[in-house]
Design a protein around this ligand. Structure first.
Ligand code: ADP
Length: 537
């Protein structure tokens, strides 16, 4: 169990990330799968929708002709008895039919077959005066004539369409007597003009409205093509017709084709574009989720790293405090017990105690400042200040310690007309001190340090240069982060809080200045603080 726990603890972030990422991946895969299925289904649905539209038009045309024909052609057979023709005429008059150019009755009851046409003006049945049309009627009725001759039983007479003559489409209804024998035929010649100019526009317009009411932009083009491939009817014209479906009319006008064409996309293309939109949305969602997860993990990992650094910080600071305190205590004891009689020694120990206390104060100042910076309570009091004085004081406080450890600090003084700046003297002194302290700490075996103040291009530059351990390029970016300490090499022998440079950075930024580092591992470092002179008094 224990190894697993250690593993989990160590890789908690990765484990967490994978635990969140895997279900997301599975979800994405499922989503993709269902989108692929949806794409296929959508394509069928799109095609089916157009086909349904066709059926809708067919139904209405069929209903119109059947309904009219059934109503008007059901002439009572008794009216065929000679002398009753006016009754037939009144029957037709009463029923008032639409869409027919002529109504007629073929009478097989007499010795000779007679064809009567309905004359609406005189409300009477008249013999035909149109030879071609009459011929067509005789031909169309021929099967019923045969039945009548043969005395065939026709128990359930039906409407029959005859389209042999392309100019005269007819709907016929056999009239039978009580013995179910054909005694005549009532019929109508269909009005082609009416079909073309009134029925089709009305039926197609209404069906389009019904089917595409919610999506008027998707309205298709509808055409009716006649048997010789001439367009008998066409709805709005669209420039680019992408695809379509077409079918022949059922029952009447069975040689006419109804074509529905969508100007937008094939159902497949439409489904594909839907698929792409859906997939992109899902992808976007997943990306946002992943981004969120990554951000959360980054925050957690930073927090973990920070808490690790804080741990190191506490141990480093304790060490930094313990050593000088122990020395101070020992020297203090010596003096209290009167063991130090020599005035020179006494001065030396006193100096030592003073230096170490200053260092401790400096360390505590850093910690206090850092806490103020973190809580946003750090304020700067800008006042006219001579940087030469500030630097001289800092060097003085470090002098004893440096003398003891054999450091040789070379100070390149500026010209006499060095300007006063409006700065926070104490904060700047702390920044100088931190840089100098680092130069000493990270000098390794070298004992040469140079510092300088100079004017350069309208700016003031303070610099510290050592010949010490140096800093690699990748670390140079990180050393100004709080708690960061270069983790490897000769540096790790030196104790420190990891706060010094982050405070320098903050102080310099508050003065609208810039801090630069130039360093090479093993060859030393040069830190420069560049301050603007706009603040010069
Ligand atoms: P510390 O208390 O550790 O010195 P700082 O913030 O002052 O904290 O410095 C951060 C890190 O930068 C140091 O731990 C050290 O690794 C590196 N560093 C700073 N100054 C120098 C220098 N002059 N030479 C080499 N490394 C340096």
């Amino acid at each position: 169990m224990a190894p697993y726990r250690t593993f989990l603890k160590r890789h908690v972030l990765w484990v967490g990330f994978i635990a969140a990422f895997l279900p997301l991946l599975a979800l994405m895969a499922l989503q993709y799968n269902s989108l692929v299925k949806l794409e296929a289904a959508s394509a069928y649905a799109g095609e089916a929708y157009l086909k349904n539209f066709l059926e809708g038009v067919f139904d209405r045309v069929l209903y119109f002709y059947r309904g009219n024909a059934e109503r008007v052609l059901s002439v009572p057979p008794s009216y065929l008895v000679q002398g009753n023709s006016h009754k037939i005429a009144w029957h037709f008059r009463k029923k008032e039919v639409e869409g027919a150019s002529r109504l007629f009755v073929m009478d097989y009851t007499g010795a000779k077959d007679r064809l009567w046409y309905y004359d609406a003006a005189s409300v009477s049945m008249l013999p035909s005066n149109r030879q071609a049309e009459s011929r067509s009627v005789f031909v169309a009725c021929a099967p019923f004539q045969l039945m009548s001759r043969k005395g065939t039983n026709l128990e359930s007479p039906n409407l029959v369409v005859d389209e042999k003559d392309s100019d005269n489409y007819m709907i016929l209804y056999p009239l039978t007597n009580d013995d179910f024998q054909v005694v005549g035929v009532a019929g109508m010649v269909v009005n082609m003009e009416y079909f073309r100019t009134r029925l089709l526009p009305e039926v197609i317009g209404e069906t389009l409205d019904k089917y595409f009411k919610d999506d008027p932009d998707l309205k298709p083009v509808v055409k009716v093509i006649d048997p010789v491939d001439v367009t008998a009817y066409e709805s709005d014209w669209l420039p680019d017709v992408a695809h379509g479906v077409s079918r022949y009319f059922p029952w009447i006008f069975s040689h006419y084709r109804l074509v529905v064409q969508s100007g937008y996309a094939t159902p497949e293309q439409w489904a594909r574009s839907n698929f792409i939109v859906n997939l992109s949305l899902s992808g976007l969602l997943a990306a946002v989720l992943l981004g969120g997860i990554a951000l959360a993990f980054r925050a957690v990992s930073r927090e973990l790293k920070l808490s690790e650094m804080k741990g190191d910080f506490v141990s480093n600071v304790s060490h930094e405090l313990r050593t000088p305190l122990a020395s101070i205590r020992v020297f203090g004891e010596f003096m209290r017990l009167g063991r130090v009689t020599d005035s020179e020694k006494c001065e030396e120990y006193g100096e030592y105690i003073e230096t170490e206390s200053r260092r401790l104060t400096q360390l505590l100042n850093n910690i206090l400042d850092f806490s103020k910076i973190e809580s946003g309570a750090k304020t700067y009091h800008m006042e006219p200040c001579d940087l030469r004085v500030v630097l001289a004081q800092v060097l003085k406080t470090m002098e004893v310690r440096n003398r003891h450890s054999g450091f040789n600090i070379h100070y390149e003084r500026p010209d006499d007309d060095f300007p006063e700046l409006r700065i926070d003297c104490e904060a700047m002194a702390q920044a100088f001190h931190n840089l100098l302290d680092n130069a000493v700490k990270y000098s390794g075996d070298s004992r040469d340090i140079s510092v300088g103040l100079e004017r350069s291009g309208g700016k003031v530059v303070f610099w510290v240069e050592d010949q010490g351990v140096g800093i690699s390029r990748s670390e140079q970016k990180k050393i100004f982060d709080r708690f960061h300490r270069v983790p490897t090499g000769a540096v790790h022998n030196v104790k420190g809080s990891g706060l010094g440079l982050s405070i320098v950075h903050h102080v310099v930024a508050a003065h609208h200045g810039e801090i630069r580092v130039k360093s090479e591992p093993g060859r030393g470092s040069r830190f420069s603080i560049i301050l603007p002179t706009t603040e010069v008094m």
